[in-house]
Design a protein around this ligand. Structure first.
Ligand SMILES: NC(=O)c1ccc[n+]([C@@H]2O[C@H](COP(=O)([O-])OP(=O)(O)OC[C@H]3O[C@@H](n4cnc5c(N)ncnc54)[C@H](O)[C@@H]3O)[C@@H](O)[C@H]2O)c1
Length: 313
């Protein structure tokens, strides 16, 4: 694989910072474009300091700034987005960032002659699934401005693909977890929230019966899927990125308790949950971009417990 100039919007975030390390290891030159609102700068500071990546403090809501950042790039990876929670608190801002901002990224890339765009979409575009495992051709019923923005982004990118010959790959991430995750979004960060409580000797609080399931996929597996989408000869693919296994919230709580090795019983709190069950069919990613998950949930959970323990020492 030849070295590429890659711009990563949102590259200072949870998934982006992991991606930066993998892209640099693969020999690519990386420019991060991020407004630093939810950045995890320490995770990429070493790469900035040794000159492996360049950081541009900018916002995708400003098209001129995006255009300047993507000039001369071979590939743009578009990760910058608002969070589900924030999109419900401020739908107008979500439209500004997730729809208009994404349009800026795609049109600027097309105008600059960028070869390929990889877009981070989300399993939340499916809404409540009718059948499991969830396949890319299943019906899409997005439930929040964030999910609508992701679906709009998918369509806008395909539009610029048709209009400007831009190559693209779209990845629908399931429930991404791992070291460095924010703890403010209940559903995606549930592992970190549970763990914080267990390590303080408090019971993890499980919403509903705890039977609701997630398809938890480790952030390093997700970053590797993006690398595959960047480098693969195959383009024009929409691919699920998950582990293809269901983990119930109650199972996750128990896994964390077992791993920490304490005698705690989870607490159950009645609450309506947005998506009852999730499990990805990941066969398309394997067949197209050549990606498959490698980190089983139990191994990923053991790793975050070990890291959390180390940080308490
Ligand atoms: N974490 C998950 O479980 C998950 C699941 C599905 C999809 N995704 C998608 O993957 C991508 C990365 O997610 P993440 O978990 O790393 O999120 P994150 O919040 O950690 O990272 C997003 C980054 O984008 C930056 N950003 C936000 N708004 C911006 C703007 N207007 N202009 C420039 N930069 C901006 C933030 O500062 C942050 O560094 C997002 O598009 C997200 O929607 C994540």
């Amino acid at each position: 694989m030849s070295e590429l100039d890659v711009v990563v919007t949102g590259g200072a975030g949870f998934i982006g910072s992991n991606l930066c390390h993998q892209l640099v290891e693969r020999g690519h030159r990386v420019r991060v474009f991020d407004n630093l609102r939810r950045a995890n700068l320490p995770a990429i500071q070493g790469l900035i300091d040794d000159g492996s990546i360049t950081l541009i403090d900018g916002d995708i809501r400003y098209r001129g700034a995006v255009a300047a950042a993507v000039a001369g790039a071979d590939v743009v990876v578009h990760l910058a987005a608002t969070s589900i929670n924030r999109s419900q608190a401020d739908p107008a801002e979500s439209v500004d960032i997730d729809v208009r901002g994404s349009e800026h990224v795609f049109s600027a890339a097309a105008d600059a002659g960028v070869r390929r765009v990889v877009f981070a979409s989300s399993a939340s575009v499916y809404g409540p699934p009718e059948t499991l495992p969830m396949r890319e051709d299943d019906p899409l019923r997005p439930q929040t401005p964030y999910c609508l923005g992701k679906l709009a982004g998918e369509h806008l990118l395909q539009y610029y693909g048709r209009r400007a010959g831009l190559e693209w790959n779209i990845l629908r991430f399931f429930n991404v977890y791992g070291p460095g995750q924010h703890t403010d979004a209940y559903y995606t960060a549930v592992a970190s929230i549970f763990l914080d409580r267990i390590l303080r000797g408090e019971p993890p609080v499980v919403d509903g019966s705890g039977e609701q399931t997630m398809d938890m996929v480790h952030v390093r597996d997700v970053a590797r899927a993006v690398v595959c989408a960047v480098e693969s000869p195959s383009t024009g693919n929409i691919c699920n990125v998950g582990t293809a296994t269901q983990t119930s919230v109650a199972e996750l709580a128990q896994m964390l308790i077992d791993e920490v090795g304490v005698d705690i019983t989870p607490e159950f709190r009645p609450r309506n949950v947005l998506v009852a069950r999730r499990e990805a069919d990941v066969s398309r990613a394997a067949a197209t971009i050549g990606w498959a998950p490698e980190i089983p949930v139990r191994q990923g959970v053991a790793e975050i417990v070990a890291l959390a323990r180390e940080s308490l020492r």
